[in-house]
Design a binder for this molecule. Structure first.
Ligand SMILES: [Cu+2]
Length: 674
């Protein structure tokens, strides 16, 4: 609401100024006309002199009463005062700018700006010390201080000032300290300083209770208010959690390829997404920032990862609900339901080149392969009947450091895609609901873990396994009908081994299946992979509908940011920022499948797949344009590279900084020095 008022008043000021300018021009023309009609009363020289004097007074008066005249006013008062303005190079005036809630900001030690103020929050400006031109530490009880901060004047050694403007600009400020020395001489000490106005993203556990609750309240509004209702109430930058889910599904759940993950777009897609949602929350309350979750700390702080306070009922809810369908029914996020997908049912496969990415067989906005009949968002700390921690290790400082300690952006992209936050997605999401006794057969137990879902998606994108487009909860699931399956026609025509080879899976598993001369194991593998079971939101393309998604990606940006800052300082060796994605992990579709020749999911025509590392899925190229725009309110849009440039931590236009870019906890807990 305040944002709106602010913008209105800005616009009003601009309109008034333009109006005033026009009036002045008009007035000049009129008086010229009037003058030409009248006979001169004074001599021309006298007339010019008196007009000149009046004009100077008018200009001084206008400057003095206007907001920008603060400096002029002090120039005038200094001119008339008898004090000495002390030569600035002869004294040391130390200032302090900090948040009354959080104190000094750590990241100023590595960022370009000495002073950072947070928008829409009171910030405390104070004089810390003044070492005079005679090397005397002045007693601050004997000085008077006036400040000019963002064109407003304040007085006092310590002042609290709130700037109600959005982040991403530099504010010129100054301070004047007046001191009478023992001889009664008035001394004037001045300092000009710049303040970067920046939102500060904080680690979720370091947020004050007030700010955490403000964020949670806005998040609840974001989850429960439609884009159209919200825009009416909060302005055009608001969009809903449902719309966010639509974006994430549109990126990750298409059958042609994954436009958001497994490629060079991973970082910019998720950071632009997070910023867009942060600005949606700021439309509700302009003081809000998106917290980040430094989850690798949890490996040291708790005996078990799920004990993290982020999973408290009054924060983001339990990590693994004990309900039979793993739905989250306790705490402040209880019973948040995946949106009804009927608005998204109308989809043209031929023109889109993909099957409908938005709805599952029960009509919910969810990964189309995730046949979860329960609308409520779900979490389970088992993946294919294995405890999350037995499936893959929880990310620790070793993981973080291995991603940081690389020499190219391309390899950092790969590491951040799968190694750091990827496991957290899987730990929280989990899987269940497999209808067969799959793991009783030793020939396929090697698939028990995350690989099963990754391989499933490779088969699914190539059309080899098909998921039902509608299911009846009461009948189909009991009968085992509502599952994805490889059509028998394909197995009869191509054989199981061929399908696994074509999908790029066979190469990755051949050592696990041994000789398999008659192909019986290949067939068992294919049958073990054809259906993913039910997958918790966070391990699916519907991840953004679980609130734990939102603080999860800040760590990625902090790490890339730290690397860029240290490279600029000459402290990180070389870092080649050529756009790209270097990987040895090929557990995803390498290429693009064009589905435009397939009528619908029941049409067993196969899509046309073009495979290879050089076939880049749209969304991951350097010059591909991001779906999120207008971060600086200039109707601007961004290519991947342009957004990467925007998020350099020292870019003044970027509306936010992180409270800290370091990974000091890794030095403290685990001897990793970034
Ligand atoms: Cu994602």
């Amino acid at each position: 609401m305040d944002t709106k008022k602010y913008y209105q008043s800005e616009e009003a000021i601009e309109a008034n100024e333009a109006d005033g300018l026009l009036k002045e021009k008009h007035h000049t023309r009129t008086s010229t006309l009037q003058r030409s009609k009248q006979a001169p009363i004074y001599s021309p020289r006298l007339w010019i002199l008196s007009i000149g004097t009046v004009s100077v007074f008018i200009i001084i008066f206008i400057l003095a009463i206007s907001g920008v005249g603060g400096e002029i006013k002090s120039i005038i008062s200094d001119y008339f005062s008898s004090g000495d303005v002390v030569d600035e190079s002869s004294y040391t005036l130390i200032l302090n700018l900090e948040s009354p809630t959080y104190g000094a900001l750590s990241s100023t030690s590595i960022l370009d700006w000495d002073y950072i103020a947070e928008p829409y929050k009171p910030m405390t400006y104070s004089v810390e010390s003044l070492l005079s031109e005679e090397s005397e530490m002045l007693d601050l009880d004997d000085v008077t201080v006036t400040w000019t901060i963002n064109d407003e004047e304040y007085s006092g050694k310590t002042v609290n000032v709130t700037i109600n403007e959005t982040g991403g600009s530099l504010k010129s400020c100054s301070v004047k300290v007046v001191y009478y020395n023992s001889d009664g001489e008035k001394k004037i000490y001045k300092k000009s300083f710049d303040v970067a106005l920046k939102y500060v993203r904080r680690e979720i556990r370091s947020m004050s209770d007030d700010e955490l609750n403000t964020w949670l309240d806005a998040m609840k509004i974001y989850y429960t208010t439609s884009t159209s209702d919200g825009q009416e109430k909060y302005g055009s930058k608001y969009f809903s959690a449902e719309e966010s889910l639509y974006y994430h599904l549109n990126g990750a759940a298409r059958t042609d390829c994954d436009h958001w993950h497994d490629g060079a777009g991973i970082v910019v897609k998720h950071m632009s997404f997070t910023l867009a949602v942060e600005q949606s929350l700021q439309a509700i309350d302009p003081s809000i920032t998106m917290p980040y979750w430094e989850y690798a700390q949890d490996a040291y702080l708790y005996d078990y990862w799920f004990e993290s306070t982020i999973f408290d009922d009054d924060v983001l809810g339990t990590a693994s609900p004990t309900t039979s369908d793993h739905s989250l029914t306790t705490g402040i996020w209880a019973n948040i339901e995946a949106p009804d997908g009927s608005d998204y049912a109308d989809f043209d496969v031929a023109s889109e080149g993909t099957l409908n990415p938005y709805i599952n067989a029960y009509g919910y906005l969810r990964s189309p392969w995730n046949n979860n009949p329960t609308p409520i968002i779900s979490r389970y700390n088992y993946t294919y009947d294995k405890l999350a921690s037995d499936v893959l290790p929880y990310p620790s400082c070793h993981t973080m450091f291995s991603c940081y300690n690389v020499t190219t952006l391309a390899s950092m992209h790969d590491c951040l895609n799968g190694n750091t936050h990827g496991p957290v997605h899987i730990y929280i999401g989990g899987t269940w609901g497999q209808t067969s006794d799959l793991w009783d057969d030793d020939d396929v137990t090697f698939l028990q873990g995350i690989d099963k879902l990754l391989y499933f998606k490779m088969l699914w994108r190539m059309g080899y396994t098909r998921c039902p487009d509608s299911c009846d909860e009461d009948k189909d699931s009991d009968a085992g009908i509502c599952v994805c399956a490889v059509p028998d026609e394909y197995i009869d025509t191509y054989g199981a081994k061929y399908l696994l080879e074509e999908a790029g899976i066979y190469d990755l598993i051949k050592t696990n299946i041994g000789k398999d001369s008659d192909g019986t194991i290949a067939l068992k593998v294919l049958r073990a992979l054809e259906d993913p079971g039910i997958v918790g939101e966070m391990f699916s393309s519907g991840a953004s509908y679980d609130p734990t998604f939102w603080p999860l990606h800040g760590q990625i940006e902090r790490m890339v940011g730290l690397k860029r800052l240290k490279v600029d300082l000459g402290e990180a060796g070389s870092f080649d920022e050529t756009w790209g994605y270097d990987t040895n992990n090929y557990k995803y579709l390498r290429g693009i499948c064009d589905w435009s020749n397939v009528a619908d999911v029941n049409d067993l025509t196969l899509p046309t797949c073009t495979m290879g590392d050089d076939v880049i899925c749209d969304g991951h190229n350097e010059d591909d344009v991001l779906e999120f725009t207008n971060f600086l309110n200039q109707d601007e849009s961004y290519t991947n590279r342009e957004f990467y440039n925007l998020i350099h931590p020292n870019n003044i236009d970027l509306p936010y900084v992180y409270d800290d870019y370091e990974f000091d906890y890794c030095a403290e807990y685990d001897s990793y020095y970034f």
